[in-house]
Structures are given as C-alpha cells and as structure tokens.
Design a protein around this ligand. Structure first.
Ligand SMILES: [Zn+2]
Length: 417
C-alpha cells in the first residue's frame, strides 16, 4: 500500500535493458527516463512549469545542498520539496554522500575518474584543504558555504531526506575514487553495507513516525568501483537485505565509472539485482552514455550537462553539439535545431540567442536550457520507443553516427552536481 512500485514492460535481447513504469505517490515515470537536475530545488534558470511543459518527468535535488541551505526542516515546514519548488511530479534526492565526499577531497568528478593516478587513499587536490573525514560511523565535514562543521551519518541522511520529502531517495554511502587501493575499496564497501542496514532501519522508523506523509521509496546504492567481484557482492548484499521487514525499493548505481566501462559495470549490477525493482544511474554526462546505460539496465539517470553547458552557450542538436557564441551564428535567423519542437526553437532564432549571450543577458541561459533539456528528454523518449518497437540498436547506431559524426565528440565537461 506504499503507492510505490515498478512494472517492467519490454526487455532487450540481452535480458537486462528494459522499458517500464515507476509508480510514485506524485505520478508515474515512464522508463528509461532522464531525470532533470535541480540541485538546489531549482533547475537553474528555468521555471518548473517550463521543465514540465518540455516533458521532463521528474526532478532530482541534492540533500547536502538543501540541508545547508535553506535547511531540510524548512522544506519540511513548506510541505516538502515538490510543494516548496512548485513541481507537481515525482522528485528524487541524492543522499549527499557524493557532495560530502567529493567536496571533502577537493576533487571534481572528472579528476576522480582518472584511473591513471597513482594509488592514493588520502589524496587531496593540490592547494585544497581536506574538508571531510570518514569514519565507521559517518562523515564529518565542513560546509563549502561558511566553513561550519557538520556530521552526516546514515541516520542523519535519512532524517534530512525524509524532511525534504522526495518520492525517491538514496541510502548514505561512501563514494570512493578509482585510484583508491583495492584494500580501501573493500573497506569502504563494507562500511557502505553496514550503513545500508542502518539506513533501512532508520527509514522504517521515520516512515512509521511521520504518519500521513506520502510514502518515500529508498534506493540502496551499489559501490565497488571497477571491480567485478566487489560490484556483484554489493548487489547480492543490498539486493537481499532486509531490516525489520524493510527492504530497498530500488537501487542506485554509484561511484566513479570510466566512460569506456560504464556499460560493462552497469551490466554486472543489473544481472545480480532483483529484476522487479528500478535502478537509477547517478550522474552521467553525454548522449552515448545514455545508450550504454539503458542497454545495461539503468531505468533512470540524472545528467546535469544539458543545463550546465547551456549556460555556456553550448547547444545539443541531432547533428552534434555546437557553440552559439561563434561568429557564424550572428546572422542565422533560424531555430537552434532544425525541426525542434521546443519553446525556444519555435519562438526564437540563433541570431537572437547569439546576441543575448554576447550581451550577457540572463534570458540567454533560460532559452538555451529549455532547448537542451527538451533535446535530452526527446532523445530518451525516442530511446524508450525504439526499445518498445524492437528497434533499439538501429536507432542507437543511426543517432550516434549522426551526432558524433559532426561534433567534436564527447566533451570533458565535468559532471559534478
Ligand atoms: Zn529547441
């Protein structure tokens, strides 16, 4: 009677990738689905109404940021994240673990993903102070806003996420770096397993205590870096975990994943986890990743790139990504993308947006973000349709051939939230 569930529909020939429907108290999500990133309870520069109109099905906010500002208790008082930000559809929060850990070592994800670094379990980015310290009970960290000291434990993360009130939330986990030693990965994985049990217990307690609130689903986060045995073990541990009759409603694929191994590693996890529960891939960046993730069994994924690069005048189009600020757009009285049905493309020209970017007008970010978010939503809608129509591989080859045939290829833009 939780109001949460997942119904798989079509399965790809590999037996892993699938389409389906996630049911939440705030509506359904047709999967695979792109989840728009609204880190601080806003998709930057765009009205929630616009995000809804362009077809985004759900928004993901960040527990760490909202805990520090404005405070999760305040969001609780406002009636929860959806009501606070005027978003009527389903919502997600990530646990805050990623931000706590990555801000802690001063690395951005793009650097963490570099496996060629020497093993360094206690590495800190050059010129940065270590802001977070992990122990078996939790993480102590300094706020990136004012340097004040805070502590996240599994119980604190659950309380914060219950107060924020998203439909789907994630267990508190330890994010490791690819350059951590194998020994450290094992140690962190065991810590994450014990934290997962504590998250389930606290989640159950809070669900009973907060009577009358819509049910919030809890996803366990699978770590294990690039090690197949560790990833599979984590799936078996969390997949069958039950505390006081409470098990995970779904799973998050966590950790730094190298682009070239993304499909392989997601595939290991999808093979191990219960088929009837949804899986979310945390934070990917580019269209080719979407296809790899979906084929490897990810049902939902969040991606900050469409809105982030839009603010730097980078535009996604079927023929590849291009930059609006270049001189060739100055007198182009055409839509951003030929045939695009988004609000920006049906009302404005490249020449106008080129002007707005050059003049550093705020509207530039708004209009560019609407287009890039719509491009991404439409792409994932098309991927889903191709799976249901048994046409996934030819659609993928056609799309990627055209997209990367003309652009400079996947960028190195980082994907930190
Ligand atoms: Zn458009």
């Amino acid at each position: 009677m939780s109001g949460f569930g997942f119904t798989p529909r079509t399965t790809l020939d590999n037996g892993i990738g699938r389409t389906g429907t996630i049911h939440t108290p705030h509506g359904e999500i047709q999967t695979p689905a792109f989840i728009a990133v609204g880190t601080k309870a806003t998709v930057k520069a765009v009205l929630p109404e616009s995000i809804s109109e362009l077809g985004a099905q759900a928004v993901l906010a960040n527990a760490y940021h909202l805990y520090l500002q404005p405070g999760s208790d305040l969001i609780d008082e406002a009636g929860g994240l959806g009501r606070f930000m005027n978003w009527r559809g389903p919502t997600f929060t990530d646990s805050g673990g990623f931000q706590v850990m990555s801000l802690g070592s001063g690395f951005k994800k793009v650097i963490e993903m570099d496996a060629k670094r020497a093993e360094a379990d206690h590495a800190v980015a050059p010129g940065k102070e270590r802001l977070a310290h992990v122990d078996d009970d939790g993480v102590t960290f300094k706020s990136h806003l004012d340097g004040s000291k805070h502590r996240f434990t599994p119980e604190v993360s659950m309380r914060v996420q219950h107060q924020i009130g998203a439909d789907i939330m994630f267990a508190f986990d330890e994010l490791t770096h690819l350059h951590n030693s194998r020994g450290y990965q094992e140690e962190a994985l065991e810590r994450t397993r014990l934290w997962a049990e504590r998250c389930l217990a606290e989640h159950r307690r809070l669900t009973e205590e907060r009577v009358g609130k819509p049910y919030q689903a809890l996803f366990g986060v699978i770590q294990g870096a690039q090690y197949e045995d560790l990833r599979r073990k984590a799936c078996r541990d969390l997949g069958g975990m039950e505390v006081d009759g409470q098990s995970f409603d779904g799973f998050g694929y966590g950790g730094a994943l190298e682009k070239e191994n993304l499909g392989t590693i997601c595939g290991w996890m999808s093979e191990e986890l219960p088929f009837d529960k949804p899986r979310h891939l945390l934070g990917i960046s580019e269209p080719d990743d979407f296809f790899a993730a979906v084929a490897a069994g990810a049902d939902t994924f969040d991606c900050v790139n469409p809105s982030r690069v839009a603010r730097n005048s980078a535009i996604y189009a079927a023929d590849g990504r291009y930059n609006l600020s270049t001189a060739r757009n100055r007198r182009l009285f055409e839509p951003l993308e030929d045939g695009c049905d988004c609000y920006t493309c049906t009302h404005y020209t490249r020449a106008y947006l080129h002007h707005l970017f050059k003049a550093k007008e705020m509207l530039a970010s708004t209009l560019a973000t609407i287009h890039n978010e719509r491009f991404t939503v439409r792409l994932v809608d098309d991927i889903r349709a191709s799976m249901d129509n048994d046409d996934f591989e030819s659609f993928r080859d056609h799309f990627l051939g055209r997209f990367y045939g003309n652009s400079t290829g996947p960028s190195s833009v980082d994907t930190t939230n």
